[in-house]
Design a protein around this ligand. Structure first.
Ligand SMILES: *Cc1c(COP(=O)(O)O)cnc(C)c1O
Length: 440
């Protein structure tokens, strides 16, 4: 018997591999595990590396499925870079503060974890047959997702990726990360905004004629295959800390679509030694407003300095409410605070001045929320702030504020040196169709 994944809407049920291939359930809902495993720290005895902890944590979700035998290898393919919990020197403050560095992957943001895991699973699930066309993954991106998906599928036999991004609306370094791959990755620069990109992807999936020419699949952020492995880095960090100190670790998590935030809540619900969890949002304050008022109101998205968190209607809220209940239950489990652009600037500078740490604007929201925690709450735990991206990826925001250059990590530097290419298209399905066909 394998664990079922159930949709948040009409209760459609699937095994993990089927849910992962499907992405969105046919009833329009998002897949969640029907039940969570209950671990204790002792269940992880002997497991010290990310890969070993990933295998134990993920095993109950894979048990009895066609991917079970491959789980160890999938974890080894995914967790190829370190995700360290580094102590921040705060002099002789009693409680400790840590940075959970999620940005050491090939595209310097945490999305590498979910994208690599999904790619490793999908490449084992999709039957390869020389008579069949490759699977074409289409992904619309406002910045970080497209690069992570491209990196994860680059040179994977049997797969092609089409990345659609809004021309002139991503940072120069982000654009480079979307367009530098070549081989089986194609980039399409859309004359429009992110919503146009998403609309084109949906229209392509729905187009009957294209469906006879391509085998489409998606890798977007609501896929359960991206969410599950993200719990692993919280499991790893909290276990190492617990072994070291006997204390659970409290977390501040910068979040937008709530994927990263939900992953931490799931890890704690599965028994990992995690104390408080606080979500940090930017000026898009749908989540903190819901927790304060009890009324969920989706908002129009507002552009901010922490652009990867510009989400007015976080998709994973549907999962959180389905799994854990409405506002009365939720506010007993997590809290949330919003940080506007002025406070992001202040926090970025203060984090550098106090700790000598250059952080990205998303991570700066986390530091601001940590600084504004009530004194007794802040001193009750050791806290870790999730660093969602490397500051060099957002240098146009960070460098003017710190008045110094930010060092570029080697993996990112390699991508910045690679030759780029992309095709510009008008935001119409016809234009996208001919570009897709021309790209083959
Ligand atoms: C995607 C992203 C976020 C937001 O993550 P969610 O899972 O949507 O909450 C935060 N920071 C960076 C750098 C990102 O790329």
């Amino acid at each position: 018997m394998s664990l079922s994944f159930v949709s948040t809407r009409e209760g459609v049920r699937r095994s993990l591999p089927a849910a992962l291939l499907q992405g969105l359930a046919e009833d329009g809902g998002l897949y969640v595990p029907e039940s969570l495993p209950r671990f204790t720290a002792a269940d992880f005895a002997g497991a010290t590396t990310l890969t070993a902890i990933a295998e134990r944590y993920l095993e109950p979700f894979f048990e009895g499925t066609e991917l079970a035998a491959d789980l160890a290898e999938i974890c080894r393919e995914t967790f190829v870079f370190p995700i360290p919990l580094t102590a921040i020197d705060r002099g002789n403050a009693a409680e400790r503060l840590f940075l959970l560095e999620l940005f050491h992957g090939p595209t310097a943001a945490f999305k590498d974890v979910g994208a690599r895991f999904l790619a490793a699973c999908m490449s084992r699930l999709v039957q390869r047959d020389d008579d069949e066309p490759p699977v074409t993954i289409l992904v619309a991106t406002s910045g970080d997702t497209g690069g992570a998906v491209a990196a994860a599928f680059h040179r994977r036999p049997g797969f092609e990726v089409g990345v659609l991004f809004p021309l002139d609306r991503v940072s120069p370094r982000q654009q480079q990360q979307l367009t530098c791959w070549g081989d089986n990755i194609r980039a399409f620069a859309v004359h429009g905004n992110f919503d146009d990109c998403q609309r084109l992807v949906k229209a392509a999936f729905a187009d009957v004629q294209l469906g006879t020419e391509f085998r489409f699949s998606s890798a977007n952020s609501i896929n359960i295959g991206r969410l599950l492995p993200q719990s692993v880095y919280y499991a790893h960090a909290s276990l190492l800390h617990y072994r070291d100190t006997g204390k659970p670790l409290a977390l501040v998590i910068p979040t937008g679509n709530l994927g990263n935030g939900l992953a931490a809540v799931l890890a704690r619900a599965a028994g990992l030694p995690i104390a408080d969890i606080v979500f940090a949002t930017n000026a898009n304050r749908t989540i903190p407003d819901y927790f304060a008022s009890g009324q969920y109101e989706a908002r129009a998205t507002e552009p901010t300095l922490a652009s990867a968190m510009d989400v007015g209607n976080p998709s994973n809220m549907e999962r959180l409410r389905f799994l854990f209940g409405e506002v009365d239950e939720l506010t007993g489990l997590v809290s949330a605070a919003s940080v506007d652009d002025a406070a992001i600037r202040t926090s970025l500078k203060a984090t550098y001045d106090e700790f000598g740490l250059a952080v990205c604007p998303h991570t700066a929201t986390g530091f601001d929320v940590w600084r504004h925690l009530a004194e007794e709450r802040r001193t009750a735990h050791d806290w870790a702030i999730a660093a969602t991206a490397h500051p060099a990826k957002f240098e146009t925001v960070v460098e003017p504020l710190l008045e110094r250059p930010v060092e570029i990590p080697p993996a990112l530097a390699a991508l910045l040196d690679a030759p780029a290419s992309f095709v510009e298209i008008e935001p119409s399905l016809d234009a996208f169709k001919s570009a897709l066909r021309g790209a083959r």
